[in-house]
Design a binder for this molecule. Structure first.
Ligand SMILES: O=P(O)(O)OC[C@H]1O[C@H](OP(=O)(O)OP(=O)(O)O)[C@H](O)[C@@H]1O
Ligand SMILES: Nc1ncnc2[nH]cnc12
Length: 176
């Protein structure tokens, strides 16, 4: 039986020496791979209350759009600062070097809405935590955070679970 890891390519030393980059472009490019990923995420979400899907730029958009269609919901983008045209709220978060900022339209969600947060990969959890904070600042609730890949050693799952979040991942890799 095929697994998503069969389609994920590892590129050593990108973008820095010592990083094993888990490349999902090969997963997305293959119709069986893409279907496995989407089916896996749909199964992981079975029985959960989800009113809408929010995706983190950039690879969370590819998964999130397909998933929203499958779940029969809309899709809300969480983007890097400066890309959304309407009025936004923003949230800073830490990267390996320095800080970044993500934004959401301030009318994208309403109070009480139940949101599935989607991205391709969970590393330190900083990006997902920033997404959770934006969703919660609009009065909505995160039902679960769903990823294809969990880079276990980077501690993202523990960080998000420490915030009381449910975390779903289709596969895990050891190492950074
Ligand atoms: O758990 P974290 O440590 O926050 O890392 C995870 C994030 O890193 C990658 O995106 P990246 O920041 O490289 O942006 P990109 O999708 O625009 O390439 C990945 O797609 C996640 O969004
Ligand atoms: N090893 C890795 N592969 C792909 N994306 C990443 N984001 C952070 N670490 C990563």
């Amino acid at each position: 039986m095929a697994h998503v890891t069969d389609y994920i390519r590892t590129i050593p030393d990108f973008p820095h020496e010592g990083i094993m980059f888990r490349d999902v472009t090969t997963l997305f490019a293959d119709r069986d791979g893409l279907r496995l990923a989407i089916e896996g995420l749909v199964t992981a979400c079975e029985g959960l209350e989800i009113d809408t899907v929010a995706g983190l730029e950039a690879r969370g958009f590819i998964l999130g759009g397909a998933l929203a269609d499958r779940l029969g919901t809309g899709f809300v983008p969480i983007r890097k600062k400066g890309k959304l045209p309407g009025k936004t709220i923003e949230q800073a978060y830490s990267l390996e070097y320095g800080e970044a900022v993500v934004e959401i339209h301030d009318d994208a969600l309403h109070a009480g809405q139940k949101v599935l947060l989607v991205d391709d990969l969970l590393a330190t959890g900083g990006t997902a935590e920033a997404g959770i904070r934006l969703i919660e600042r609009l009065g909505a609730e995160v039902t679960a955070c769903a990823f294809v890949i969990d880079l276990r050693e980077l501690g993202g799952r523990k960080r998000l679970e420490g915030l009381g979040q449910r975390v779903e991942a289709l596969c895990a890799y050891e190492g950074a």
